[in-house]
Design a protein around this ligand. Structure first.
Ligand SMILES: *Cc1c(COP(=O)(O)O)cnc(C)c1O
Length: 231
């Protein structure tokens, strides 16, 4: 399927999921996950209206998006894969947001490097909801401490939470993972009411409709948009 048709189809599916769950589709941001995709495909996604892109590796993102952003300054780029501390400085200079913030040491590192930025770096705290990789904070106590740490750095702007549902066909399990993200967000919002918890990044190609039904505000779509990755 051509990328422009894929985007159209995804937008229709977003709309249908919104109608089913009584939501307004203006609340849902569509991210194009462009890892392993070349610049030609990213350009096509841009032409189809995608403005938010997600990459999972810093080096790959540097190579593709430094030139891409010069051509398209309105691009918003987020890191969605695990970040090593020694790449934090580069990450801070390239990304508008980091969605995969999963440990306190990383917050310290990002907070330190963002002192040189003029705009704060958007932060989503990643919550572990049962996906095989161990990334993400394990419980709300860890998230409370992480929140306090983010708040101590003026260059970091907390925007909400991110999760990856378990990789399974079991809809019940997937739905439960998304519900647990909403429930932990509610706890954080009552503990830190002046913070912005509006962004819930959940849902990928296989499960974004369930995620929307459960309250997602940002879906991260790779395969359904770009096709299978040719590695
Ligand atoms: C690769 C990736 C996605 C996109 O996955 P698809 O199933 O291809 O849509 C979303 N989120 C994260 C964190 C990823 O690594």
């Amino acid at each position: 399927m051509a990328i422009i048709d894929a985007v159209k189809r995804i937008r229709e599916r977003i709309e249908e999921a919104c109608i089913r769950s009584g939501r307004n589709c203006a609340e849902i941001q569509l991210m194009g996950v462009s890892k392993f995709q070349d610049i030609g495909k990213i350009e096509k996604a841009w032409q189809a209206g995608i403005r938010l892109f997600g990459e999972s590796r810093v080096q790959e993102a540097v190579e593709k998006f430094i030139p891409f952003k010069q051509q398209h300054p309105e691009t918003e780029l987020h890191l969605i894969g695990s970040l090593q501390r020694n790449k934090a400085k580069v990450a801070v200079s390239l990304f508008e947001g980091i969605q995969s913030v999963d440990r306190e040491a990383l917050i310290t590192e990002l907070g330190t490097w963002t002192k040189q930025r003029d705009k704060p770096l958007g932060i989503l705290l990643e919550f572990h909801t049962g996906e095989e990789t161990k990334s993400g904070f394990p419980d709300e106590e860890h998230l409370y401490r992480a929140t306090e740490k983010v708040l101590s750095y003026p260059g970091l702007l907390l925007r909400g939470l991110m999760t990856m549902a378990p990789y399974t066909d079991d809809e019940v399990q997937i739905r439960a993972a998304f519900r647990s993200l909403v429930s932990v967000r509610d706890k954080l919002a009552s503990r830190f009411p002046s913070c912005d918890w509006s962004c819930l990044s959940m849902g990928m190609s296989q499960d974004f409709e369930i995620a929307i039904e459960e309250g997602s505000t940002l879906i991260r779509i790779g395969t359904a948009l770009f096709g299978e990755q040719d590695l």
